[in-house]
Design a binder for this molecule. Structure first.
Ligand code: COA
Length: 166
């Protein structure tokens, strides 16, 4: 997409991003890692922490805006236990235009310059959009693990696919 700007997340993104996250949750809860629908208060708290961590360079968290400054997408990369774990979302109306791929590769290229070698994505097996998106961007499936959704009830198991880019 032309006229797309990529910049670090800021406190002004919290409100529009919370809205996008709630929309995503309504679309398909398995797009996100929340166990239940987050309240707006919870989202503001999580996102405020993320903004502060990005400003302290503890995580990478970038957003993409269109020519009018409208927030289209967010990509976070968490250096959890030495791995670089990716979380990415694109507002529904902007999908399928390369916004996600451009933002993802911008973040990966920048972290590679800082020495990162491997990138991971943990995706719900029902999330075909994300599975084909990461595959298209060079990720390979590493493992598929069944995890209990809640209370160890077996019928409630979710299959999590881990994908890696080396
Ligand atoms: C996965 C996701 C980030 C991809 O973003 P995107 O901007 O649509 O990605 P791109 O346009 O770069 O690539 C889209 C790919 O998805 C598929 N796609 C095609 N049309 C699409 C559409 N209208 N909507 C969504 N995906 C489409 C195709 O595989 C396409 O590849 P192609 O360009 O070779 O046809 C986005 O679908 C999303 O936000 N999903 C919900 C959140 C999520 O599941 N995140 C991943 C968890 S970490």
């Amino acid at each position: 997409m032309s006229n797309m700007t990529i910049r670090q997340i800021s406190f002004s993104d919290i409100k529009p991003l919370s809205k996008i996250i709630l929309e995503l949750y309504e679309e398909a809860p398995y797009f996100l890692t929340f166990k239940e629908k987050p309240s707006i208060k919870t989202l503001i708290l999580i996102l405020s922490t993320k903004v502060a961590m990005a400003e302290d360079k503890k995580i990478m968290d970038m957003v993409a805006t269109d020519a009018f400054g409208t927030l289209m997408a967010e990509c976070e990369i968490l250096p959890k236990t030495g791995k670089n774990i990716i979380g990415i979302l694109v507002k529904k109306e902007f999908r399928g235009n390369g916004v996600g791929s451009t933002l993802l590769n911008f973040c990966i290229d920048n972290l590679r310059k800082l020495g990162a070698l491997e990138f991971y994505a943990e995706i719900d097996a029902r999330n075909h959009l994300a599975l084909s998106f990461f595959k298209k961007n060079g990720f390979k499936q590493l493992s598929a693990v069944a995890v209990p959704n809640s209370d160890n009830v077996q019928e409630n198991e979710t299959k999590i696919i881990t994908m890696v880019l080396r």
